[in-house]
Design a protein around this ligand. Structure first.
Ligand code: GLC
Length: 570
């Protein structure tokens, strides 16, 4: 399998499980740095900030689509998979970005929306005008829009049906997302070939893997609901086999907004692997729920559910990303509570979710930002940061759809936040100028100058995490406590026995969602008589007593990461 094969790329470590140890950073090319003053961010601009990202401790970039596109869905509407949108740069500039990232031991993951294309894609234009031609069957055409009524609508704000009528071909075409994004027909072998060629094209340019956008939706059937149908998994097995054979060491990440048990299917098995990683969607809204309800029970519940996954497989955890904070994975009661707390203005909502950034969601509370990040960096899985959240950037709910949280990165208090030298009116999206999050106050430069800023704090936590392989590679076991506001778990790692020299270690993580200080009793029989030490400063803590009970006090909305001296005697 690929993870045993040596990785050939220069500058990169040969760690076959690099994705399990990595801290990922999602960065929109359009919003990071505009290097040529045309008002749009670009690849050269992003490349110019790799030193910053390396300093922060980032191991891998996730770059959402930067291909040729009419940009009616932030680039997830691709009109040519082999061309880069000219505003963003050229293929040579992309190669340069990859080379510079690899020199810094940083991987580059690109986003591949394969379920659908833009209706501007040449394949669709040919398919609609020439049904008998080579692209006639590239999309899902039907004479009726009544088929598959059980397939849910995802973009509930804008779409009433998953079918749209094409006046040229005089048939309906199927679309899981916007009506300008027709779904590709994966029942057609030529579509597989076309997709494989696109994957090879980008792997040849040196990318380290793909985020497979909207991957459950490739196939539809009369029996199923169009999410994770058996042929979708067959296709992923073939794709993975090709990648392993031709490009060993590169990875596939599944975007599947489902329950872990269903998502686990996207890892496949040891014999027939599919994706190396998949995002954990259910845990994220529960973090936000706990922060306001002061109840840890839902987190305790989902984290106690053990999902069997292959030993090499990894979860991706996140607080925010370029989409709305989706509430699809919580009950109606919880959803309404969360709308009340976090989206009291209807403008803040989008589809089944909330279109705000992390800092405004948490009302810019430093305690909550720290607690949320401490969870992000200690849960089972690799953390995915969203650009700008490391400085607590704000959003702009007056912009359309999810653009509210896709505004330019705030680098300095200068014109356009240091993002661009263009006329401010020319920017693709305006910089945030709100009272609290104004770029003159919230920016990288000023946070670099303050040793206690959020940016320095996040960087420090990232580095502590990276010094302890238990976070990336260890198991997670939830402990019983006597306080409803407390979540406690142990991360345990047996050591790798490889040339990485990892030692076995155990870390106890305790979080209080209480809005006041609390005292808690934690039950940990198997940790009886062990010493505890703060992972940050090394300070000694009370030991777990001989009955396996630990009593701790925690300040308002606070946490501990404690080294467990299980391997030492005392
Ligand atoms: C994924 C992307 C989202 C996009 C959708 C349709 O869910 O994350 O941004 O709109 O796919 O391509």
């Amino acid at each position: 399998m690929s993870f045993t094969a040596p990785i050939q790329l220069p500058g990169l470590t040969r760690d076959p499980l690099w994705y399990r140890r990595s801290v990922f950073y999602e960065v929109l090319v359009s919003a990071y740095v505009d290097s040529n003053g045309d008002g749009s961010g670009d690849l050269q601009g992003l490349a110019s900030k790799l030193d910053y990202l390396q300093w922060l401790g980032i191991d891998a970039l996730w770059i959402p689509p930067f291909f040729q596109s009419p940009l009616r869905d932030g680039g997830y509407d691709v009109s040519d998979y082999r061309a880069i949108l000219p505003d963003f740069g050229t293929i040579d500039e992309f190669k340069d970005l990859v080379r510079k990232a690899h020199e810094r031991n940083m991987r580059v993951i690109i986003d591949l929306p394969l379920n659908h294309t833009s209706d501007q894609h040449d394949w669709f234009q040919q398919s609609r005008s020439d049904p008998e031609g080579p692209y006639g069957d590239f999309y899902v055409w039907s004479d009726t829009d009544e088929k598959w009524p059980d397939i849910r609508i995802i973009f509930t704000d804008t779409e009433e049906s998953n079918w749209a009528f094409d006046p040229v071909r005089r048939q309906f075409y199927f679309h899981r997302f916007f009506s300008h994004q027709p779904d590709l027909n994966f029942n057609h072998p030529a579509v597989h070939e076309a997709v494989f060629d696109i994957v090879r094209f980008w792997l040849d340019l040196g990318v380290d893997g793909f985020r497979l956008d909207a991957i459950p939706y490739l196939y539809e059937s009369d029996e199923g609901n169009g999410e994770g149908e058996p042929p979708t998994h067959e296709f992923l097995k073939e794709l993975r086999a090709m990648v392993d054979r031709e490009y060993p060491g590169r990875i596939m990440i599944a975007e599947a907004n489902q329950w872990p048990k269903e998502v686990a299917a996207f890892f496949g098995t040891d014999e027939e692997p599919e994706c190396h990683m998949a995002f954990d969607f259910p845990v994220m809204p529960r973090i936000f729920y706990s922060l306001r309800s002061q109840q840890a029970d839902e987190l305790v519940r989902v984290l106690s559910e053990v999902t069997d996954i292959p030993s090499w497989a990894g979860w991706g955890v996140f607080l925010r990303n370029h989409d709305e904070l989706t509430l699809e994975m919580v009950s109606e009661e919880y959803r309404q509570a969360m709308y009340g707390w976090y989206a009291y203005d209807p403008r803040m909502r989008a589809n089944v979710g909330i279109r705000r950034r992390l800092a405004p969601l948490l009302d810019n509370s430093r305690a909550e930002l720290e607690l949320a990040h401490a969870l992000l960096f200690s849960l089972a899985g690799s953390p995915f940061l969203y650009y700008g959240d490391e400085i607590g950037m704000g959003d702009n709910i007056w912009l359309d759809d999810r653009d509210s949280s896709r505004t330019p990165m705030q680098w300095t208090p200068d014109r356009n936040a240091g993002f661009s030298s263009a006329d401010p009116g020319k920017l693709t999206l305006p910089v945030v100028q709100s009272l609290v999050y104004n770029y003159s106050v919230v920016n990288v430069e000023s946070q670099l100058a303050q040793s206690r800023s959020l940016l320095h704090w996040v960087r420090n936590v990232i580095h502590v995490r990276k010094a302890h392989p238990a976070f990336g590679l260890g198991s997670l076991r939830v402990l019983q406590t006597d306080h409803e506001s407390v979540l406690a778990f142990v991360r345990s790692y047996e050591g790798s026995g490889t040339h990485f020299g990892d030692q076995p270690e155990d870390v106890l993580c305790v979080f209080s969602f209480g809005h006041n200080p609390i005292s808690v009793r934690i039950e940990a029989p198997e940790l009886a008589n062990t010493r505890l030490q703060d992972l940050f400063g090394g300070g000694a803590f009370p030991s777990v007593d001989e009955d396996g009970v630990l009593t701790l006090t925690l300040a308002t909305q606070s946490f501990y990461w404690l080294h467990i001296g299980r391997h030492e005697q005392y």
